[in-house]
Design a protein around this ligand. Structure first.
Ligand code: PLP
Length: 494
């Protein structure tokens, strides 16, 4: 049955745009053809012309606009409300960044524009690299990777290349058991074996555990500071000393930089290579796969291996994209990377300045600690003694034992209360984990409202656990079969 779209209510089902197609209906007015119509097969090289029509939907402009606006209203975003997705840093993205990224000189710049005509854009890249080097204490930066995971991959490729050049190829990488899944994935893609390092009972990386596992076959340790339990790795310098003494490198996952920037620099606590998640820390709307930018920062020894091209400031004050680096690992992304995200990050940093960078991390940590203080008597907090950095991890194991309401039920109950759920079941070392990151952009009131929702769920779970198994009930679609959605995705209508 063809469904009618939601002119009555925004919650109405929305058909595919193809189902709204009516032959001959136009969304635009094109000038009359003033040339004879050509048969594509006669003008395109053999094999490139389609035998059949492409089958685009034929719809009017208002139909297109309404279709996509209605679809967008089904989505929850950081512009709708509180989005405490731990690890993902869903903070509010200032609209000024959007203005800057849309300036025609940036937005319409063709990637093949010669350097002489793209001076402003290259200058922006050079300046952003300098800012990131200053914030991180790293010797050199490349903006090219397209996401945090891609930055990790790039950094580990550089470490592998550097060790190979030294005639010291190694096979293993050590990764703490609290690590984000992209860390081991990066190693596997790079041909490394992964050995998992157990954290201490307090949730820290233990230099003694590293010392036991560290040998001349270990290329690197990949650590995250603050780690995914929201704790500052207090032995990070000792860990780095152990690794360096055996000729290995220390990779620092920089996804949590918003907790420490302006206060502590990875380059100063022994990190040799790191990635930045520009789209998180330096505010670009993200999620759903992009767009992102995951620059890498490296120490002096790794700098020759940075990807190409390198944006450079030349002696005469002009700027150029250089391909001249014989030891480079080459390109990891087309052109210079996701330039729009760089413009947003640059704008954000220019807007807040050095004092703002410090204030960001202070507020991120304050908000997370405030949230933790509001819920810690109700939800068990397994690590950190009631303190955290920019995110906090609580466990609802007790609630589950007492009421049968699961972590997933709590997450769905939060949707019914108007909040995006936090990250759940991660990190893996915490059973029933709720990983919450309010970020620095939230007000005291929104943190309090979210905490109140969590406390309300805990209070009502015993009264009516079934209501939570059914949640969410106030959304357009109710509880989905998430396993089936992941295993048997239906990506297009029959
Ligand atoms: C700790 C950590 N490392 C790496 C990543 C990967 O970053 P991206 O999603 O930009 O690929 C994430 C993303 O959530 C993360 O939280």
């Amino acid at each position: 049955m063809r469904e009618t779209p939601g002119s009555k209510t925004l919650g109405f089902n929305e058909p595919l745009i193809f189902d709204r197609s009516t032959a001959g209906r136009l969304g635009t007015t094109l000038p009359d053809l003033d040339l004879p119509e050509a048969d594509p097969a006669s003008v395109l090289p053999h094999g490139l012309a389609r035998a059949e029509r492409i089958g685009l939907p034929e719809v009017s402009e208002p139909e297109v606009v309404r279709h996509f606006v209605r679809l967008s209203s089904w989505n929850y975003s950081v512009d709708h409300g509180f989005y405490p997705l731990g690890s993902c840093t869903m903070k509010y993205n200032p609209k000024l960044n959007e203005w800057a990224a849309r300036l025609p000189g940036f937005a319409h710049l063709h990637p093949y524009t010669p350097d002489a005509l793209a001076q402003g854009a290259i200058q922006l890249m050079v300046a952003l690299e300098e800012m990131l080097a200053e914030i991180s204490g790293m010797a050199a930066i490349s903006l090219q990777p397209a996401a945090g995971a891609h930055g990790e991959l790039t950094a580990m490729m550089m470490i592998r290349e550097c060790l190979a050049k030294r005639g010291d190829p190694r096979k293993k990488v050590l990764i703490p058991d609290t690590a984000h899944g992209t860390n081991p994935a990066t190693c596997t893609l790079n041909g490394y074996e992964v050995a998992s390092v157990p954290s201490t009972d307090e949730g820290f990386l233990d230099p003694q555990a590293i010392a036991k596992m560290m040998d001349e076959d270990v290329a690197a340790v990949m650590l995250t500071n603050p780690n995914t339990l929201g704790l500052f790795e207090r032995y990070v310098k000792d860990v780095a000393d152990v690794v360096h003494a055996k000729g290995g490198f220390v990779f620092g996952d920089g996804a949590n930089l918003n907790a420490i920037m302006g206060r502590a620099r990875p380059g100063d606590f022994g990190i040799d290579a790191m990635q930045f998640n520009l789209h998180k820390t330096f505010s670009t709307p993200h999620g759903g796969g992009g767009p992102g930018s995951g620059p890498v920062g490296v120490c002096k020894d790794l700098a020759p291996y940075l990807p190409l091209p390198r944006p450079l400031r030349l002696g005469d004050g002009s700027f150029a994209l250089s391909e001249d680096a014989p030891d480079s690992i080459g390109r990891v992304r087309s052109f210079a990377g996701n330039f729009g995200v760089m413009v947003r990050a640059y704008t954000y940093l220019r807007e807040i300045g050095a004092p703002g960078v410090k204030r960001v991390s202070e507020m991120a940590v304050l908000n997370a600690n405030y949230l933790l203080s509001l819920i810690k008597d109700t939800y068990r907090v397994p690590f950190g003694n009631g303190r955290c950095m920019h995110e906090c991890v609580a466990s609802d194991r007790d609630l589950q034992k007492e009421t049968g309401v699961s972590t997933l039920d709590v997450a769905k109950g939060l949707i019914d209360r108007g909040f995006h759920p936090p990250t759940v079941y991660f990190p893996l070392v915490v059973r029933g984990a709720l990983m919450m990151e309010p970020t620095e952009t939230e007000s005291r009131e929104s943190v309090e409202e979210f905490a109140a929702a969590l406390l309300d769920i805990a209070a009502r779970a015993a009264e009516d656990p079934d209501a939570f198994h059914r949640a969410p009930e106030r959304t357009r679609l109710g509880r989905l079969d998430e396993t089936a959605a992941a295993r048997k995705p239906v990506l297009k209508a029959e």
